[in-house]
Design a protein around this ligand. Structure first.
Ligand code: NOJ
Ligand code: CA
Length: 535
């Protein structure tokens, strides 16, 4: 694996995640669309991001916001046409912005013609494209969920997520001989599905996509506890990509970087627990009790940075030089908005961290202005608790926050109706705004190779239950220290053993935080502050 190269553009990449429904509505029908994204490229350029991940924008009945695809080769009419997407790729490329699509390889919509064909009693081309037990009464399948009584075919189909998302058949790592319906990975059905997956990727890459974020990437082959067969499947895909599309990037939703990078992904997301240790601990849903009441970035200052560092280091050590771990400000799933429980100054520190760590960072639309979770909304398109982080982008103070000219009741989701809701327009020219801070930090990152994706990273001060968090980044001929104190109290630490040449120049944040005292270097930070220093 190590001989394979990572596309060079990833080094400086800063990603922006666009939930297309809610970004910008270009034609006043109440729902965001592809031309709307194109119209906002100026904004993305101003922000300084150079890569975008768009949530699924393909034909779909939208029972899971588009993660239920009914045609992999066609943009959903509500978002525009394939030509609109082609135009977006071209215009974005002209501005040095790359676009990643969301690939959902694990399951289709229940309405997909492939699945409908596989439902039929008579054997046909698609009979083995999905996972069916051999009797409608055989719905107890250990480790999987099967739906019975849906089709004329005598059997239950395996679903990956909601009932309407039948699992495509990539086979079983160790098929149970007592259940011949469990096919091996090299059976004809699973092999045809793999071939189709390559066709889908080729179709969009040839049109101008720069790669994919891959939904539930580690869950294709079933009964694969050590992920061996899923890793092999993706290694095969990566080898193919390296030959045909060496510039394309694969980002996995695996949340296990050590496995995902071995599988050939260029980037995997930071494991959920490590992320939760940083932000929004009080909101963790169902991930288990924890002795620390608050996450590290909460100003109460009772977080434990080791919960993050220990997790992160374990993965980082295994993937370094072969791929990246992506930290993210949020996403369209179960993470509440970054702003939950945090004020503007806290958020600036969160971004100082996100934008100075290794691996390409991902900014969820609206987090750069501190958009808030909207509580209490009824579920939309299978969103349930996720719905509140999917509300329309807040552009300005015009009706619907400038998202759409449709009547408010026709919007995809209501706009946050709090009078003090943040907007892009209010923050763009305010040098103290969160948006200005994020812009500044993106520019800082891109100007310093040490801060980019592969710059070396090592913790300098990261003690359980203590603040600040200090780490080193180095690369090129630079050696930088990043120091962050989210706690609402001043902190001081002795950096005595850290080899620094003089009280390093301040590149960002608190001036003169590193001082010499009796031959040792001491770092002092006021409450809720931080900085980047030459070391
Ligand atoms: C993960 C996606 O992020 C989520 O939104 C979706 O519901 C599931 N996968 C199922 O595709
Ligand atoms: Ca629209």
């Amino acid at each position: 694996m190590s001989s394979k190269s990572i596309p060079a553009w990833l080094e400086e990449a800063v990603f922006y995640q666009v939930y297309p429904q809610s970004f910008y509505d270009s034609n006043g029908d109440g729902i965001g669309d592809i031309p709307g994204i194109q119209l906002k490229l100026d904004y993305l350029e101003t922000l300084g991001v150079n890569a975008v991940w768009i949530n699924p924008c393909f034909d779909s009945p939208f029972l899971d916001a588009g993660y239920d695809v009914s045609d992999y080769y066609r943009v959903a009419p509500r978002y525009g046409t394939n030509d609109d997407l082609r135009a977006l790729f071209a215009e974005a490329a002209r501005r040095g912005i790359r676009i990643l699509l969301d690939l959902v390889p694990g399951h289709t919509s229940i309405e997909h013609p492939w699945f409908q064909a596989s439902c039929r009693h008579a054997r046909n081309e698609y009979s083995d494209w999905f996972i069916w037990t051999d009797s409608v009464w055989a719905w107890m399948v250990p480790g999987l969920r099967a739906i019975s009584g849906y089709a004329e075919r005598d059997g239950c189909f395996v679903t990956n997520f909601f009932y309407h998302q039948p699992a495509l058949n990539y086979g079983f790592a160790a098929p149970d001989p007592a259940h011949p319906w469990q096919q091996p990975v090299d059976a004809p059905g699973p092999q045809r599905v793999r071939e189709e997956l390559r066709r889908i990727m080729r179709f969009w890459l040839e049109m101008g996509a720069s790669g994919f974020r891959v939904d539930m990437a580690g869950w294709l082959v079933k009964g694969d506890p050590d992920s061996r067969e899923n890793i092999r499947l993706w290694q095969e895909m990566r080898a193919w990509l390296d030959r045909e599309f060496p510039e394309a990037c694969l980002v996995s939703e695996w949340f296990e970087p050590a496995l995902a990078i071995q599988a050939g992904f260029h980037v995997d997301f930071c494991p959920t627990l490590a992320n939760a240790a940083l932000f929004r601990r009080p909101d963790l849903r169902g991930l288990g009790a924890n002795p620390y009441a608050y996450s590290f970035f909460n100003p109460v200052g009772t977080g434990n940075i080791r919960e993050f560092v220990d997790h992160y280091l374990r993965h980082y050590a295994q993937i370094k030089g072969r791929g990246h771990i992506a930290l993210f400000s949020g996403n369209h799933d179960l993470t509440p908005r970054l702003s939950t429980g945090l004020g503007v100054e806290d958020l600036k520190l969160a971004f100082l961290f996100l934008l100075t760590m290794p691996g390409p960072p991902f900014i969820y639309y609206g987090d750069e202005i501190g958009m808030r979770t909207v509580e209490g909304l009824p579920s939309k398109e299978g969103g349930y608790q996720r719905t509140g982080v999917r509300t329309p982008m807040q552009w300005d103070r015009s009706p619907n926050a400038g998202f759409s000219t449709a009547p408010a009741e026709r919007l995809y989701l209501p706009v946050d109706d709090r009078p003090d809701r943040p907007t892009v327009a209010d923050q763009l020219d305010d040098p103290d705004s969160l948006l200005s801070c994020v812009r500044h930090l993106i520019a800082l990152r891109r100007a310093h190779p040490a801060l980019c994706a592969s710059g070396e990273w090592s913790p300098v001060f990261a003690e359980a239950g203590r603040y600040p968090f200090v780490y080193r980044r180095s690369g090129g001929d630079e050696n930088l220290l990043v120091a962050i104190n989210p706690a609402d109290r001043p902190v001081e630490v002795d950096l005595g053993q850290v080899a620094i040449q003089g009280p390093g120049q301040t590149l960002y944040g608190v001036e003169g935080a590193i001082v010499e005292r009796q031959g040792r270097w001491v770092l002092r930070l006021p409450p809720v502050s931080g900085g980047v220093y030459r070391a």
